[in-house]
Design a protein around this ligand. Sequence first.
Ligand SMILES: [Fe+2]
Length: 304
Amino acid sequence: MSLHRLTSVTIGVPNVDETVTYYEEFGLTHHGDGSFSTADGGQQLRIASSSQRRLLEIGIGVDDPDDVDRIATQLDKLDLATKREGTSLVTEEPIAGFRATVSVSPHIEQASDPTPYNFPGRIEREGRAPGVLREGPVKPRKLGHVVIGSTDQEATQRFFTEGIGFKVSDRVPGLAAFMRCSTDHHNVLVQQAPVNFLHHTSWQVEDIDEIGRGATAMLENDPDRHVWGLGRHHVGSNFFWYLKDPAGNFSEYYSDIDCIVDDALWEPGVWEGAKGLYNWGPPPPPSFLAPEDLAGMMTGAHSS
Ligand SMILES: [Fe+2]
């Protein structure tokens, strides 16, 4: 696959300082200038100033300059302007207006020893579980995916598929499609919405214990951050726990997402009803699907 990962995301918020503190507590490493690194993916988040919360930029990593040339041609067919800067290309998504930067980037190399779990009749682990022995803050390994609300889902989705070259992994008819630019089941999902907004960013952690430890620590500091979790998605299979940053953007800890290594062996599915959302866990609160600040953002969007 010539596209191989998300590189970074820039989130615009009105309350930069508070939001920066939140993502430090979330476990990302702050560089002091609003940019953050993950353990494995380098600089993957920037918090910038904006009159209302929104996605400002998303970065996609590719293998070589030929990929950047091909994507420029694809975007040109959609009548979208591009600007070349060395081995990078910058364009603007036509509906929500965020920048997308395509750049030649190194692959993320991840090494880990699988967490041993015991099973009925099968002892993989002697002694206490690693999950109860860990101490210290949870450190997300990489940026996994970004979910975007668009007033024209089809057009924003076309931007990612026909424009950039994302592949569709699964569909929820009339609502969204899960799209990938890596071997992970999804890196971007665009859902139909009454206003353009950032629904959530999702950050990979080691395993389900790290999801629980991370979310518990965040909620000890402020229980109002809770949105939805702990549960397991059906589409993509990942364990999840969603929290809310001080600007209203959701951030997800996830682990154990499906991977698609051979495109030929993957059959995209069509999911409807609850299965499109989750396999087990508490039911999603209404504010997960329609965040409480959507109406205010629509007013803000109309007045700006
Ligand atoms: Fe997610």
